[in-house]
Design a binder for this molecule. Structure first.
Ligand code: ZN
Length: 606
């Protein structure tokens, strides 16, 4: 497919969009997952490998039924004490992914100074040992933050790779050399997409906002700000003279993998990589959002750098008409909020309120497609909120990287403008999204993960699960639509972020937003082992990590893989047999970014 056309079909092009095998090797073009990639008979036990916080979120065990005789109870014991154990009953459920038993031990809150380590068993099968202590999530954050150091480009990373890509890069259109040294390698490869890697910086700056200093090691604000500044040197250089933002360095010339290689570090030689000078609205909006945040967070330590960032962000804002898709409006709304926070100038407030109205207009507030089961999801139709149910249904918004960001942008407005007349409407819109779409969808399976999207009927020849009326859904991306499909960790974690933020806002209300806390943690728990494979998808944490698709530097502590994808039947698949399948096993920036952002947001809850 022509590169530009290919880009137009995707919200953001995954760095993972590689051929299934290394260059030069023959392989099938679009292989369906093979039988070996589906869950095996064991493990049947799924729970979060990290463990659980006392009193925050539920503690749930899911047991897949793979034999005819359902066990009726589970045993939980304190590994460090022979005196503490109990048996509890399991409840049979018949949701998606087949029959399962569910156990609940939410009341296990015996965390002491040192925490306790527990284990669950059902029959002869034992779970991964797990802790109950307040910092089970927080203690993983330094590892996730440290992931970015391994991915630094343009510098020597001791023990990982020597100095690299000092010859980045030449323009695709004119061939002119432009200094684009730096940034982060985006994934299990060496390419430098702007959207995915700017998300790293945005997440790291949100981490600074979410946790107070002083923090030790990789979590100290100084270290995080140093990491962001490394990335931002590259981002700032990707701004053209007209204020707009280029798309990527080394993304490949025709949707291919030709730029994904080490170079001789000498500009002007044949192995120089290319700059894609395409300018996309949401990428400019992400850039403005990032620079506005940077201008605030560097102001105390480096006011000159803060001013430089702000000027760049304002230039990106001014250069744009700020129109386009649901995704474009989402990021421009976040950019307006950021620039208002950074400058206090009323023009950004006015723009933010207007962009909020654009987002509200795109929410399906009626029950479309001949059903009355879900509403409140986002669409690509700017008239969605005014259409009658009898109208032809608006196309649901689908984006595997930014699925929850339209709603998140409304929460940003809610938190920033306490006096706005639209304020209650923003919160109501997000509540409708969560209560009348996200939560009901999550209840269709025992793991409580949120399907990756809604569809109208069966757009491609594969399984679309019937919901109601003409609405269907898949947990995983369609595999017969296009070459690019992959695991959904960024989707799940983006929803963890939205639910976490909503829970923080709701925590003073009766009920304290508990079900949103649970929803957030269940998405993250799937990533960290509570899934049908019992596999933790972050390297260096939990058990049964698949070998990562990381072609140049190997396993990276804190790296999160694309994760579990689906086959044509929408059943989960994961490469656990060293198939080097990028679709499920490749690292990718958005997974780590949302992990950091959502976990640090949840730390505000106690
Ligand atoms: Zn490099």
């Amino acid at each position: 497919m022509h590169r530009r056309k290919f880009l137009g079909t995707l919200p953001a092009l995954s760095a993972a969009a590689l051929p299934p095998l290394l260059e030069g090797q023959a392989g099938p073009a679009v292989p369906d997952p093979v039988e070996r990639d589906v869950p095996r008979k064991t493990p049947t036990l799924a729970l979060n490998h990290l463990g659980f916080r006392p009193r925050v979120g539920r503690k749930i065990l899911v047991v897949r039924l793979t034999g005819p005789q359902p066990r009726e109870e589970f045993l939980l014991r304190d590994i460090g004490s022979s005196n503490f154990h109990f048996r509890r009953s399991l409840t049979l459920t018949h949701g998606d992914f087949g029959p399962c038993l569910v156990g609940d031990f939410t009341d296990l809150d015996r965390a002491g100074m040192d925490g306790h380590i527990y284990q669950v068993s059902v029959g002869n099968e034992r779970s991964v040992p797990f802790f109950v202590r307040e910092d089970v999530w927080r203690r993983t954050l330094p590892k996730a933050v440290g992931y970015y150091r391994y991915q630094r480009c343009g510098v020597d990373v001791p023990g990982v790779h020597p100095i690299c890509h000092l010859d980045d890069a030449r323009r695709r259109d004119t061939g002119e050399h432009v200094n684009e040294v730096g940034g982060w390698h985006d994934a299990g490869d060496l390419r430098k997409w702007m959207d995915a890697t700017m998300l790293n910086a945005i997440a790291l700056l949100n981490l600074v906002r979410n946790i107070s200093n002083p923090q030790p090691g990789d979590l100290s604000h100084e270290r995080i700000l140093d990491e962001v500044r490394h990335g931002n040197r590259y981002f700032l250089k990707m701004q053209d003279t007209d204020g707009k933002i280029w798309h990527d360095v080394a993304g490949g010339v025709n949707g291919d993998n030709s730029d994904n290689h080490w170079t001789d570090n000498t500009a002007g030689t044949a192995d120089d990589r290319y700059i894609d000078v395409t300018k996309m609205e949401y990428i400019a909006a992400m850039f403005a959002t990032l620079q506005a945040m940077a201008s605030q967070l560097y102001r105390p330590s480096d006011p000159a750098y803060a001013r430089l960032c702000l000027r760049a962000g304002v230039r990106a804002w001014t250069a744009s008409a700020r129109k386009g898709s649901t995704l474009d409006y989402t990021w421009w709304c976040l950019a307006a909020c950021g620039l208002y926070r950074a400058t206090n100038q009323p023009q950004y407030r006015t723009a933010a309120l207007s962009l909020g109205r654009q987002l509200m207009a795109r929410q399906a507030t009626a029950f479309f497609a001949g059903q009355r089961r879900v509403r409140g999801y986002w669409t690509e139709d700017e008239r969605a909120s005014q259409l009658l149910p009898a109208s032809s249904p608006p196309a649901p918004y689908f984006n595997i990287i930014f699925p929850a960001m339209p709603a998140y942008a409304l929460l940003a407005l809610y938190e920033l403008f306490p006096e706005a007349t639209d304020r209650s409407r923003w919160l109501d819109a997000v509540r409708m999204h969560l209560d009348e779409y996200v939560l009901p969808m999550s209840e269709l399976n025992p793991y409580r993960i949120i399907p990756s999207g809604l569809y109208l009927g069966q757009p491609t020849p594969e399984t679309y699960r019937p919901l109601a009326g003409k609405l269907t859904y898949r947990y995983f991306m369609p595999v017969r639509k296009q070459f690019w499909w992959q695991g959904i960790n960024s989707h799940l974690e983006n929803y963890a972020l939205l639910a976490a933020r909503f829970a923080v806002i709701e925590k003073e209300r009766p009920g304290g937003g508990k079900r949103y806390v649970d929803l957030a943690y269940r998405q993250l728990e799937w990533v960290m082992g509570a899934n049908p494979f019992g596999a933790c998808l972050m390297t260096g944490e939990g058990m049964r990590n698949p070998y990562p698709h990381s072609r140049f530097v190997g396993p990276i502590p804190g790296g999160i893989m694309n994760g579990i994808a689906g086959n044509a039947q929408d059943e989960p698949v994961l490469d656990q047999d060293y198939g080097f399948d990028w679709r499920t096993n490749e690292y990718w920036s958005p997974h780590v970014a949302y992990y950091i952002w959502s976990v640090s947001t949840l730390e505000a809850l106690s």
